[in-house]
Design a protein. Sequence first.
Length: 465
Amino acid sequence: MKTIIEPFRIKMVEPIRMTSELERTEILQRAGMNVFLIPAQEVLIDLLTDSGTSAMSSEQWAGIMRGDESYAGATSWYRFEKVMHEITGMPYILPTHQGRASERILFELIGGPGKVIPNNNHFDTTRANIEYSGAEAVDLVIDEAADPNNLHPFKGNLDLRKLENLITHYGPKAIPLCMITITNNRGGGQPVSLENIRKVHQVTKDYGIPLYLDACRFAENAAFIQQRESGYADRSIREIVKEIFSLAEGATISAKKDGLVNIGGVLLLRNESLAAKANNLLILSEGFVTYGGLAGRDLEAMAQGFQETLEKDYLLYRLRSIAYLGNHLTQIGIPIVQPTGGHAIYIDAKSFCAHIPPYQFPGQALVCALYRYAGIRAVEIGTLMFGQANETPESIPKERMELVRLAIPRRVYTQSHIDYVIEALGEIFAKRETLSGLKIVSAPSILRHFTARLQEITPTNPPRN
């Protein structure tokens, strides 16, 4: 049959508080036109992120009841360690409270002034942790990724020519590691091919540079490899995942994505000396090495979640449900990043709001309209998230995409919720020229999109030069 159903039954429900457009307009104004600052109870459908927003399974909840809360050497730790060894083959498993904690530990050890960290695309916290250490984060994604309409099946790939040029320019000693983000979140949730990972591994190996993965969505990436890459249709997801990790010297993982949990992260390492240093930092800031800032029940939920995320039926449902949203938006003329990614749909806000220039944050304008009109919370991935305070309208990179990400929490919303999202976007699209640009009123110097406050640009509230 063509219809793909959810491979689960709903056992518990959480009520949604319905709000009016007038209420939401007032809420948005109080939040400074920043949906991060809106209380969750005022949101009808929350597509802000897929991180930590998954619904856990009955087996995960059962694991929570089994959680061993011993400070050191808990039974739950040994179960989690065993599962991660089996999945990734990595010898050193360090639990953390979430992915950015893994990033902080890693880049505190190998970052620093004068260092350069290449990636296909660094996402926000990865870039921030690298830059906070004093190192430089450089994006080397293939050129096809900058074109939302390009149907390249692996638009997350790292450009080998750009990587060779970077190594030649800075020298291998300035590059403590090379990263690949799977899937490429900033670039539209696009996957990376195994062929590309293998070739990047060979280039970095030739120069003595270790390859690391930002592997938050490794299972979804493996499913795309199985579906799209020649020679992998008959390989199991577990086999593909094992091969991916075999090419890396380490990885950072937020278990809040493909781990199907609400909190948790992992730092994976092969180097014994580096692992020993990382363990010392883990103890300093996260907790003892067998719990890493987590309760035993969290380790149990992670161990179960990382196994469930590799199930064929779950991944088929996951990718098909994302494609359902993307296909229906395309049918009504809404421009999105093609082909559809694994965890979200990315609307091309530069085309959707063609009358709003990048320095007036067209993506954020659409995010605000979506909340005001329908109570749906999404997130901007463009000049607000990745721009710099000293940017001028003329200095904004032309290749920077202005996107709105609709990140779908795993196992949370039904098809009727998604149909509501489609209908709302269709009605906003019909009156898109009425949307106003925005200007920043206040913002921090790092990760400004989380707490910035903005104002709509109107005839009585013009932008400053």
